[in-house]
Design a protein around this ligand. Structure first.
Ligand code: 5RP
Length: 228
């Protein structure tokens, strides 16, 4: 059912694609549906070029026959289509459940428009039930963790911090960094938290995507809702 809804959101996003567009290609199961459907469009003769937000998406796009480029070769993207872990008020997002938040944010910021696609379960009244990914460099990672914990307490919040583990090892992002997942339950002021996290030297990026998404396509059992 959820996978069906993810596909429906991706189908609705395909309608936004025009010939000649430069596209940011998101990461995750919902974004993968979009890449697969884009592959069909490309094989039908539509000419686009994509910038993938992860090695996994790059591989999928290549398998689908989608031409790829990088942000070093072009200056601006027309549209980025990506999933999200949570979509809150004002299209504020939590992203990074798949660990691609850094490249995802760089690509979204380089795009004229960011379109978010998701199943209805991702649409929430307040952000924070999904653990917030915080990407840190390996050097001094414990000091970064302490700085994150201090910030959280200075903001009057509480959160459980957990290093992301895969296969018994620290999960490594495509850029070789590691991730702290911060379980808040509720993030009452995402802007203040985002500002504070960005000021910590070892924090490369965090999964709060504020003022980046322009439109969200949310697939519900009753149809796809468009939020702007
Ligand atoms: C990856 C992401 C994904 O967009 C997010 O985790 C949603 O994934 P899915 O579509 O599989 O639920 O931010 O870093």
């Amino acid at each position: 059912m959820t996978d069906d809804l993810k596909r429906q959101a991706a189908e609705a996003a395909i309608e936004f694609v025009e010939d000649g567009m430069k596209l940011g290609l998101g990461t995750g199961s919902t974004a993968s549906w979009f890449v697969k459907l884009l592959g069909e469009k490309v094989r039908a003769g539509v000419n686009v070029v994509g910038v993938p937000t992860s090695e996994a998406t790059a591989k999928l796009a290549q398998d689908e026959g989608i031409a790829l480029t990088s942000l070093d070769e072009i200056d601006r993207l027309d549209l980025t289509v990506d999933g999200a872990d949570e979509i809150g008020p004002d299209l504020a997002l939590i992203k990074g459940g798949g660990g691609a938040l850094l490249r995802e944010k760089i690509v979204a910021a380089a795009s004229a428009r960011m379109l978010v696609i998701a199943d209805a379960g991702k649409h929430v009244e307040n952000l924070g039930a999904f653990p917030l990914p915080i990407e840190v460099v390996r050097f001094g990672k414990k000091a970064s963790e302490r700085a994150v914990a201090e910030l959280i307490s200075e903001l009057g919040l509480s959160a459980e911090l957990a290093w992301r583990i895969r296969g018994g090892e620290l999960f490594a992002t495509d850029e070789g960094h590691v991730i702290i997942d911060a379980s808040f339950g509720l993030i009452p002021d995402p802007e203040a938290l985002a500002r504070g996290l960005s000021e910590i030297p070892g924090v490369v990026e965090h999964g709060l995507f504020l003022d980046l998404a322009e439109t969200a396509l949310i697939a519900t059992p009753e149809g796809v809702k468009r939020l702007t």
